[in-house]
Design a binder for this molecule. Structure first.
Ligand SMILES: [Zn+2]
Length: 260
């Protein structure tokens, strides 16, 4: 038996080469992305099986034109591999769904990354895909689909920002609790200014108070636990001078805050 383990590969092995049959050049589908990240999808059982979609936006969507792919059915070791062709629209569906499925916050319905696909693409007379023309065609003929993708992506962003707020609060401001997708969502929704978790990581590094030893934010001169002014902070001198200038009335009846 030539197919036995360790046997010399004979003519039977030659029969098992994967040679694709004729490909229908008109079978094209277009994956459209308004997602601000480039996507690299690899499907190791499909041929061709690598799919690269550049980053896109609502005003400038990016596209990937896909044709049909094939996979190979292994009937038994003595027989040649059987080619199973897959239509381009099924390939496009797989690229979009396999990427989105399982991403945190994506429910595969109203909340997902801005990816979708349409049947067909713009091609020249020889069947070569024309990317610029396809983008123009998608923008003019698929306005409703683009709008829907934007709405779904917006919903997903909203969920991610809400989740980041909650994780940030629960972890007492641990920057590792907030994922890159959440930071991307905050940037896309333009809410970076009022989110503490979007600031530089350095800012949230706590230091020990010199007086009481509890953790305090080095950005502020007064310790929250013991109210001791930090002697190294550049604002401390100014703050103490300001306090001396104030009348007892302005300081709230001159009674120091009571510690409990
Ligand atoms: Zn203190």
């Amino acid at each position: 038996m030539s197919g036995a383990v360790g046997a010399f590969p004979g003519l039977a092995a030659m029969k098992r080469r994967t040679i694709r049959g004729a490909v229908n050049v008109l079978d094209k589908a277009t994956v459209v992305s308004i997602y601000p990240k480039a996507i690299h999808e690899k499907k190791c059982t499909l041929q061709p099986g690598t799919f690269d979609i550049p980053a896109g936006s609502f005003d400038n969507p990016s596209v990937l034109i896909v044709g049909p792919s094939s996979w190979w059915r292994d009937i038994d070791e003595e027989q040649p591999l059987l080619e199973i062709p897959v239509a381009s629209i099924v390939v496009a569906d797989s690229v979009v769904k396999d990427y989105s499925n399982g991403i945190f916050g994506c429910d595969m319905a109203d909340q997902q990354p801005g990816l979708f696909y349409v049947p067909g693409a713009k091609m020249d007379t020889k069947g070569n895909p024309l990317v610029a023309d396809t983008i123009k065609w998608v923008k003019s003929d698929f306005k409703a689909e683009l709008e829907l993708a934007r709405q779904r992506q917006h919903n997903w962003y909203m969920f991610l920002v809400k989740a980041a707020d909650s994780l940030w609060a629960r972890s007492n401001g641990n920057p590792l609790a907030v994922s890159d997708d959440m930071r991307m969502a905050a940037k896309e929704l333009n809410v970076t200014a009022n989110k503490d978790w979007m600031r530089d990581f350095q800012m949230v590094d706590m230091v020990r108070c010199k007086a009481c030893g509890s953790l305090k934010n080095p950005q502020f001169p007064i310790c929250a636990s013991c109210h001791f002014p930090d002697p190294d902070h550049p604002m401390t001198k100014q703050l103490l001078a300001l306090k001396n200038d104030m009348s007892p009335l302005q300081l709230g009846g001159n009674t120091p805050p009571q510690q409990k």
